[in-house]
Design a protein around this ligand. Structure first.
Ligand code: GLP
Length: 261
């Protein structure tokens, strides 16, 4: 995988937004997989600015969701569908019809998961999948020990993830659902390009285990090592536990000019 160390979250957002813009210039109807959480927000701000300033026409781009809570009422402001509509789809000026995600309120949750995997394949597959990382190394909502071959399915959140995400629910862990739908790790690995952004010291251990540890389901993000085109963008704080940090800096600084992310 390629590891890029940037000074701060804003620089990471700008770098990734430019990679997404370049993709959309090459392929106007690209399917962009987006992630939730606070980490990717600088990416969405930078991409929105590029669209507003006319640097890229994203009017034909399509957006898809990585994961979703199960059981929140339709339209709940913290359902990931609402978050992605608010943070990505609307700012980019896209219509809801350009957006696909799993149905977290379906009666047949397993059927909804299988339908989502089929829909992604029928849409031609994800061109670029953005990922954040949980403090426990999860991607999407694939918690530690998720099968590296898993497909979209229902998962139970760890207590740590519910604590981490309580800030989106008035700080009240009781409001954080126990269950979620997430693209499986096998599903995520089918995207043509994976781009993981991690910022802040709280992610440093998870980043080191992902990049320099063995591929192991106990660190779900380590599955990125199996992907032919995975990019990990980290700020200085999130890179602080990487033993190979200097090597990564040297590699990126000496990359051929024509190569994008
Ligand atoms: C949630 C999401 C993940 C995200 C993670 C980290 O668990 N399901 O996709 O990466 O939160 O969020 P944050 O970026 O806010 O730290």
């Amino acid at each position: 995988m390629e590891v890029v160390i940037v000074p701060d979250a804003k620089a990471g957002g700008e770098l990734i937004a430019e990679a997404m813009a370049a993709l959309v210039r090459r392929k106007p109807d690209a399917l962009l997989g987006v992630a939730t959480g606070s980490t990717p927000l600088p990416i969405y701000e930078a991409l929105t600015a590029k669209v507003r300033e006319g640097e890229v026409d994203a009017s034909r781009a399509r957006i898809c969701q990585l994961d979703e809570y199960v059981g929140l009422p339709a339209g709940h402001p913290e359902s990931y569908r609402s978050v992605v509509l608010r943070e990505v789809v609307e700012p980019l000026g896209l219509s809801e019809s350009a957006f696909m995600g799993p149905d977290g309120s379906a009666e047949d949750v397993q059927g909804a998961c299988e339908a989502y995997d089929r829909a992604l394949a029928e849409a031609g597959g994800v061109d670029l999948q953005l990922l954040g990382i949980g403090t426990d190394g999860h991607i999407g909502f694939n918690e530690p020990c998720s099968s590296l071959a898993s497909r979209t399915r229902i998962k139970t959140l760890t207590e740590q993830t519910r604590v981490d995400n309580a800030r989106f629910f008035e700080g009240d862990i009781e409001q954080v659902p126990h269950h979620v739908i997430t693209q499986g790790i096998g599903t995520i690995l089918e995207a043509r390009h994976l781009v993981l952004l991690a910022t802040g010291e709280g992610k440093a251990d998870a980043v080191a285990a992902t990049v320099e540890g063995p591929v192991a389901s106990v660190v779900p993000a380590s599955a990125l090592q199996l992907h032919p085109h995975a990019t990990v963008v980290v700020d200085e704080a999130a890179a602080s536990k990487l033993k190979l940090a200097e090597y990564f800096r040297h590699t990126y600084a000496n990359k051929p000019a024509w190569q994008g992310l």
